[in-house]
Design a protein. Sequence first.
Length: 421
Amino acid sequence: FTKIKYSPGGNAALMANNIARFNVDQIFLGGPVGNKLSTLLDPKILTLTNPEETTDEVHLILEYKTNEVWKGKDMEVVTPRSNRFIISHDMTNSHLTVMEDFHIVTNIGKSLIKNNQNLNIQSQVIVISGAHLLEGLQEEDRIKRLYDIVHNLHSSARAMINYKKQINYEEENKRVEASLPIIHLEVASIGNLEFLHDFATKLIVEVDSIGLNEQELASFYYTLGGNELENDDFIAPSIPNSIKALTYIMDWAEKRFLDFDDDHVDDDDQKHRDDDEDEVKPIYRLLSRIHLHYLAYNIIVQRRQSKVVLETNTDHSVYQYIRNWDSSKARNGVAAASLVTSIKACGDYDSFTPSPESNLFISEIPYTLVEEELSPEELQNIKNSPIYSLNRGNYIFTVSPIPICKKVLQTVGLGDVSSSP
C-alpha cells in the first residue's frame, strides 16, 4: 500500500487535536494512546495512558472518488460515486475501559498516579465521545456501561458541589454554575434502535450540549417520538426542517427534565441504583445547546437564559441544573465551525490554509427559509450577512453556510472538526 496516511483518531483524539488549535492551554485525553498516536497529538495534550505500555487501536478508512478503479485478481470495479468505507478494531474504547480512571483524574479532591505524574485536572469542559461504540457489546453489558457513564458524571458533579460547600463558597441551594463543568456529548451513528433509544434517553438529561449531523438528528428525532417529519426530510434537510427537529429535541429534553425526580425513575434506572454500592444522588441537566453540522450549513441552537440555575428537591436528593450560555458567542462558533470544516476538507489543515486549487466559495444555500417565515428585520439581516440568528420561542438559532470547494481532499472526521470550536 503506497497511499496510506496516518491521522489521529478516534473521535476524542481528533477533537482534542482540533481544540488545541484554538489556544486552549490544557487538554486532557482520556482514551488509550499508543506510540503511533502519541506522535500525532498536539504537545499540549495530556494523556492518561503510557504510550510504551499501550497498544494503538485502529480505525481503517478507505476513501474513494467517483470513477476510481479497484483492481482485483480477476476483475476490476469502477466506483459509481464517491464514498468511504470504515472498519474499526477498537476493543478499549468499545468497552470504555479507561472511563473510571478518567473520572478519578477529573474529580475534585482525587488524583491518580500515571506515568510518574500525580494527575488531577480541574475541568471547565468535559466532552463525551465514542460512547456509540458500546453498540457492539451484548445488551446487558452496553446498558451497564451507559449507567456507569451516568454514575461517573453524577459523582464528579456532586464532588464539586460538596467541595464548594466545604469552603463556604456558596450555600448548597444557591447558584453554583461556575463550579460545574460544561458537559458536551458528541453523537455518532448508531444502528441498533433499542440501544439508540437507551443512549438518547439516558444521556440527554446528563449533558448541557450535544453535537450531531443530519443523520444523527433524524435518529434522535424519531427515537424520542418525533413524527411530523419524514425520512426524506433529512436527506438534504432544509433549514426550516432542521429547526423543527432541533426544537422537538429541545422541547423533549425540557419536559423530561421538569418531570425528573425520584418519583419519575423508570424500573431500569431503579435497578441500577439498587445495584450501585456507591450510589451518588443524581444531578440532572437541562439540555440547553445543540450544534448541528451538515454539509451545507451549521446551526447552533441555544436555550434563552433562564433565571433558574440550580434547584434541589426538598430532601436535596435530586439536583436540577441549567446552563446559561452567552448567545453572542454562537455567531463566532458557527463561523469557526464552517471555516475549519472547509479547510479540513479542501486544504492543508496543518497550515490552516485552503489549497489554491480548492476555489473556496460561499454559494446561496438552496435550503434557506422562505421569506414568509421571516420578520422584516430577520430578512434584512440575512441579506446583509451569510451568518444570521433567528429567534423562535424560547430558542435562538444561529446559522452559517459552509464554504464549498471544487476539489475535496478528505471527508473523514469533518463532524468532529466542526464541533471542536
